[in-house]
Design a protein around this ligand. Structure first.
Ligand code: GRF
Length: 216
């Protein structure tokens, strides 16, 4: 997968990125947009999204991918398939695109080792909360509820590696605190977190891809 593992991509072009989504895909869009910018722009990303997979066939992120000329592939779990069978089938399809990295951007399934072992050390997740806080779904809503109870005055965003089946944990690659303001509603907090996510995700990927290149 990496250049060391035989992929020709790192030596000869931008980092090959496969993105897994389940929904709107606004973070996917941020990555696609940054990848399309001139390599000399400060906010560009030296990457190419080579395919986008969604377990939800109706996910708007697939439309975004298609609009950007990126392979958009729905891959719902079959009724008679167990979790590991699905993960293995997904990994098989993803591997066809020879990704240097696999990015989970709003991917709402926990991946088992049947997937992760195909891409060791090469799966990155985005989570709308700080390390060790609010793992799992509805993280922003739960942070907002904790704020209303006076338990927290901030939340945040993190980007991390996915070494195993742990939920929203793993070596942290990037994080940013997002204060919760007295007049915030869930909607205003969500909007501010998504804005931070879009930038933190691209900035963190740029750093990670740069480190990878400088090692090679
Ligand atoms: C993001 O908040 C992401 O952190 C979370 O799900 C949301 C996906 O948003 N895991 P989008 O699909 O990228 O718009």
């Amino acid at each position: 997968m990496s250049a060391a593992a035989g992929s020709p991509s790192a030596a000869s072009g931008p980092v090959r990125l496969v993105v897994l989504i389940s929904g709107s895909g606004s973070n996917l869009q941020a990555v696609i947009d940054a990848s399309a910018r001139s390599r000399y722009a400060d906010d560009s990303l030296p990457a190419r999204v080579v395919a986008v997979f969604s377990n939800q066939p109706g996910a708007y992120g697939l439309v975004r991918a298609d609009d950007a000329g990126v392979m958009a592939i729905p891959i719902p779990k079959k009724k008679d398939e167990d979790r590991r069978e699905y993960d293995a089938r997904l990994a098989e399809q993803v591997a066809k695109y020879r990704p240097d990295w696999v990015l989970l951007a709003g991917w709402m399934r926990i991946l088992s080792s049947a997937f992760l072992d195909r891409f060791p050390g090469r799966v990155i997740n985005l989570h709308p909360a700080l390390p060790g806080t609010f793992p799992g779904t509805h993280a922003i809503q739960r942070a907002f509820e904790a704020f209303q109870k006076g338990e927290v005055d901030h939340t945040g965003v993190m980007v991390h590696l996915v070494p195993d089946e742990g939920v929203d944990c793993g070596p942290v690659l990037g994080q940013e605190v997002v204060p919760i303001l007295p007049d915030d509603t869930l909607e205003t907090l969500e909007a501010r977190i998504h804005e931070v996510e879009h930038k933190l995700l691209v900035d963190t990927l740029r750093k990670v891809f740069g480190e990878k290149e400088s090692r090679e």
